[in-house]
Design a protein. Sequence first.
Length: 371
Amino acid sequence: MNNIPVHCNVLLATREEALNAPKGDMTLGFCRDCGHIYNAAFKPALMVYTQAYENSLHFSPRFQQFAEELAQALISRYDLYDKDIIELGCGKGDFLKLMCDLGRNRGYGFDASYEPELMNEKSEQERFTVIQDFYSPKYSAYNADFVCCRHVLEHIEFPNEFVDNVRLAIGKRMNAVIYFEVPNALWTLQDLGIWDLIYEHCSYFTANSLARLFSLHGFDVKRLDEHFHRQFLGIELVPNNSSPSDWKPGLTISDLSKYVAEFGESYATKVEAWKKQFERLRGKKAVVWGGGSKGITFLNIMKQHANIEYMVDINPRKHEMYVSGSGQKIVPPEFLKEYKPDAVIVMNPIYTNEIRHMLAGLGIQPELIPA
């Protein structure tokens, strides 16, 4: 994939800025030793994370339900009540706030893109603190009973170094619990979630490579689960003082190799199918629903064939902004009441019922097409 937007989640104020956004190339490689998939053409110098970076999904009731259930499960499983919580790459602080609220915990977050003005209540300021910086060994003095890091590791060029720093920071606190969450590369391979391939992600973890990474750096794998309809991997860990963990995933490298070998042809077949879909939609009004990475990748890959003017998203921080690379304007769902699209392309089928309900509330019934 050549000439794709470097950032999928940076808000751009004009169409011109969006069309001229920085681009990069993707050449996927596969490690036959550990099962890791990675962008061999990745150039870290192109990546800059600022407060313009916006990837919060918590405005969706469906995603918020998942986040709350996950937070409650972790709190209950590891007795995280009145404890110290650290989140690495906490974004706008949504999940950290959940962990603090549900368990009456104290939180410390690290993220260069955090916006302090989002923390309005004095009670929130007392419960958790966010440092506007990337986590590094200089912050090892921050101790915690629980360390979490969600949807960050796939952005890290050198995951070995990053995880090693986490282990060094934990030190001798052997009762600490660690939770990491990443996109599930196996879902991308098996279910052809090809719109999840973005430049920001230099790593695509399988269960094999994720478990291998942490076992090499002094962690024991307690649980490794697929979440959110298999789209995410969640790994729960504890530190160890002994040899690397002997945890073994169910899928073999041979199995993964088969999916990898088939992926290029399957990718091309899905893109061709969407070209035909847009031929069918010619002369009709269609919009894309979902202003995250899936939607941005979809519109950039299909931009020579898609006659799409608008992208819909429920996150108010994205409204009136423009899609990086392809230039569509991002609008709220209410816009559709007057626009009256013939079709809505749903970027993540998990939100179909939520979207259908919102459209019914607007008094419109366009065709819903899963991407």
